[in-house]
Design a protein around this ligand. Sequence first.
Ligand SMILES: Cc1ncc(COP(=O)(O)O)c(C=O)c1O
Length: 460
Amino acid sequence: MSEKTAELRRNDNQFIHPWDDIAKLGENQRTVLERGDGVYVYDSDGHRLLDAPAGMWCVNIGHGREEMAQVIYDQIMQLSYASPWSLTTGPAAQFSAQIAAEAPGDMNHVFFTTCGSTAVDSALRFVQFYNNVRGKPQKKGIIAHQKGYHGSTYLGASVSGKERDKNYLDFADQLVHHIPAPHPLHKDPSQSDADFLEQCVANLEKKILDVGPDSCAVFVSEPILASGGVIVPPEGYHARCLELCRKYDMLYLSDEVVTAFGRLGHCFASEAVFGIQPDLITTAKGLTSGYIPMGAVLVSDRLLDELRACGGDSAVFSNGFTYSGHPVAAAAGIKNLEIMKREKLFENAQTVGQYFQQQLRTLSDIPIVSDVRGVGLMGCVECELNQGAGDLELDYDLGNRIDKHCQELGLIVRPIINMCVMSPPLIITKDQIDEMVLILRTGVERAMQDCIDEGIWKPE
Ligand SMILES: Cc1ncc(COP(=O)(O)O)c(C=O)c1O
């Protein structure tokens, strides 16, 4: 390690990173990234790494786009900020119209936020507002999935269902109810796919009936549960859940913070991939490809018409941020979408996405690979030493070993415990996928060999 890297790491000890273990603050020897170009990033010692998670599911157009830098620069020189309360700007107005044009059905309105968490938070506050205006203030219950992730605001974190994230923090538990994730790995081997689907749908209906339909306001679902480990629900699941929402006068919030803007081969996945038109969609990440922070909530005409009819002039949605519709972020968003369309990146995500899925599945022959799954350019390779044992400590250790080997070999994977989660930039080529899968194979095999050499595990 160079002296420069050592110095940066010492300085980094002052930075409390997300999900930092306070007891180990400052001990984490993070890789320092210095620059990026396309699907690659380079660390402070000049080591090239293929960025398999595209940052955090976000750098969809790839790193280092000069035209993004130019449009951001130009907008700052033109106008760096305007209050979204009483004023508007060309980029914010134009971008909202473009998003509405891409969105399914009558989702013709856009509420801008600063990130995915504030989008989810705003969407949930909108649901509360909607029911209050409609004279149904008792309808407040939120139903979401275990293993779902919806952000880090108080409400977003409350709705998230990852058990490990529930330590030492408070949550709006009286509002939120969780149901099991619709994870095909939880399907009983004796069960048919159709029966498994029925069971998953029944979990939602049972929860609605337990809580009481009059108290249930909204069902929140990621089309694919991303941070939970790329969980792909059984076919037809979302449409059946939407039917239940309609039956019990609940809204359906599709959290597309990860899946929108190309990851599954379309601008929005809810309708194009899963055949549903939700009431609300949240998006962020790919919205600006992570070049500038921004999030958004899409709202259907149906909800707004209802609100107008019920609330008249008194229904003010008192929610928003200094940076809602920030002109620089909006300008970046417009350019991002232009690049995606010009370079046909949604189409690339479809074709290369299929190849990615096929190639990932070739890893199933490695003895410690317990599952390979995904859709489009979202994939997960789950590894386990003692399959089915659920030994968390061993799983963490294995994930860290795979991560370390892959990084030495030139690949960033995002270990979520023992799951290697990947969501590469949409510009990725088949050759780069081959490179990624080859490194991952070597990394997993080396981690397995370490465990054999250290007597932690032996093959059957
Ligand atoms: C589905 C989903 N919703 C919301 C969020 C929160 O987004 P942010 O980290 O931009 O606040 C995330 C972040 O990973 C996410 O995956």
